[in-house]
Design a binder for this molecule. Sequence first.
Ligand code: UD1
Length: 428
Amino acid sequence: MNEYLIEGGKALAGEVTIGGAKNAALGILAAAIMTDEEVTIENLPNVSDINVLLEAIAGIGATVKRLDEHTVRMSGRTITSETVDSEYIQKIRASYYLLGALLGKRGKATVAMPGGCNIGARPMDQHLKGLRALGAEVVTENGFIKAKAEEMRGTHIFLDVVSVGATINIMLAAVMTQGMTIIENVAKEPHIVDVANFLNSMGANIKGAGTDVIRIRGVSQLHASTYSIIPDQIEAGTFMCLAVATKGDILLKNVIPKHLEAITAKLVEIGAEVRENDDSIRVVATRRLRATQVKTRVYPGFPTDMQPQMATVLTLSRGISTVTESIFENRFLYVAELLKMGAKVSVEGNVAVIEGVEELAGAALDAPDLRAGAALTIAALAAKGKSTIRQIEYIERGYENFEGKLRELGASITKQPVKGRGKASGIA
Ligand code: UD1
């Protein structure tokens, strides 16, 4: 167990290269087992969530070979089991993509039911509704979801809730299902498009990813592919907020500026300078910024995964801001930590009201979940004095070499072992 030791108060400046999108990679790795041929995935982020999913995939017998830190070669030909051990689901919810992938490939799948987590209850009803509509028999018993189907058929599915996970899981189950599947009211996040593009690169016939309606014509089999994952929108957004909070000047390389529009718009609105190039973006903030209102929305709205980082920026902005969380019910756990630093924030229901202060002070902090952990790191780097952040295992689930990248930008941050602390166990 490690913690960060941070000495804050410096304007961070320089260049940072953004890695592959974790949430795209989770869907893509599950999709990769659907062909019996070899698949090579490039630009894979080396973070613990990805490594756990690769273990889960190896655990069902698929071949997984790491070619280098960011490249993996896989084959689903050697799969021997359709049951995903509950150990993996407990560590990482997105192992449930193997439900759709195995059902689509082998006609049956058993995965443990993921529980809620620190940010909310996170039901799976829309996933199961979609699989049932395709013709699968799905039961939940003794904490497991068991799905099987003699034969599935393309159908028309209307999601009641816009869900990233349900969209991907149903897409995986439908890709080799005979006939046409139409899924309406789907999520449009960049990583949905990336998973669809990857499946199409293996011979799938998916149209409409990135719009409200996805149309999938089932194909009988998928084939080999080499595919490079898109850059991580949330890692990029985190460094953008870092530049603003520390009044710094950061050039982010390997980004898709279009995916960052909602974040860029808010930062410009509060007075930051954001310059977009083809595949890089520069964020400069030389003075104290203004307050604003932020409401999280499904893509292309402001991402819930950027809510804690943006709220942290607003604790230092002039005036009163509001941050409304409309996706998850419990995503303000980090506020208690910001209060220790002198921030003025009150939370009522799903709205945080933030009265900007001139500066934050270093404190002993605990990361309550992945994105909140990143937000607290931003707060500590902007604050005057020393901070410690514990439970950084959360941060390592989704940020590769976070402290190394921060040091390159001039941050004073070290990782050191913690003695006698409990282990973090929540799921993001
Ligand atoms: C994904 C992302 C996560 C991000 C979230 C929202 C991955 C691995 N994770 O999570 O980082 O914060 O999208 O952008 O990609 N819901 C239901 N029933 C369902 C499914 C979802 O009611 O069957 C609700 C959820 O409780 C939540 C909302 O729909 O309120 C959105 O959830 P969803 O988009 O499914 O999030 P995840 O896919 O879990």
